[in-house]
Design a protein around this ligand. Sequence first.
Ligand SMILES: [Zn+2]
Ligand SMILES: [Zn+2]
Length: 324
Amino acid sequence: MSWIAHATPTGTVTIDWIVTSIQSFLSSLGVSQHGHTVALWLFFAGCGVLQLCLSFLVCTPIERYWPLTSWSPRNPIAADVAYAFFVRLVLFPLVAFFEYSWLQQQLDRFFLAHSISPPSLTVLVPALASWPLLVFFLYFAILDLSDYWRHRLSHRYGWWYGVHSVHHAEDQMTFWSDERSHVLEDTITYLWLIVVGLLIGVPAFQFPFVILGFRLVGSMAHSNTRISYGWLGDHIFISPRFHRTHHALKAAGRRSCNFGTALSWWDILFRTAKFHDSTVETGDAGAEPAMVTGSWGEQQAAGFRRMVRLARRARKADAAKVTS
Ligand SMILES: [Zn+2]
Ligand SMILES: [Zn+2]
């Protein structure tokens, strides 16, 4: 099992059995070259699509029977659906498993060559080794904390908000909107999470499941629904109402709040939480129409243009500060 070089925690045997079964099935179809890699790709892409199906089965009825608002006419959702499938079928298996796993193997080799233990929560606190579910939750919470700061910083710097604003441009927010983001932002997000994951030693086969956990909470958080999680639920998870406040027209850009991805704890801890808000309208008044209702390619191009525009504006503002 060369793809799990870092650790072999609980659940590995089951995944290995599923991957081996997919590989056997592929062999029976005559696909034997790179069979193991293809089987792994199919496994993780399949997990991504299963998560999307689960989100669809939960979010579609609640948006239909308990909607917060309705729109007429409804914007086409083809671009948002394209984002969701592109991420699940291509980006997620490629980056969250193959790239992460490869980087972790390189890191393990380096540490082995220098007789150093690889960075790991369970090496730092050996008692955790007998609590695999707690360890997984700690990985989830630490990566969620790091993503809170990535998101908060993306609202702080002009160029970064330029690419992030593709996500904020959505003026008819539904659970499909979760994946609407610029490829440059996806790249930064994955690199950010990968670095933190490697630093705390998240095993290669657990890292993709943390990401899927984020997506599960994220889909629900973008839903167009008036369903409430209640006081306690709101203070644990990012709820639809909490995240809608982040997407409010008046909160776009620097003045935003509620930056969390899955857990609302970090917003509470760093005083950026805003619970009592009745936002319904979402969007970003500064987004050009192509970013709101354009095709996938038009949204990406508009994101690049806004990134350059906001970076130039920030540079001019800095220069004005120096000369004044
Ligand atoms: Zn944001
Ligand atoms: Zn969002």
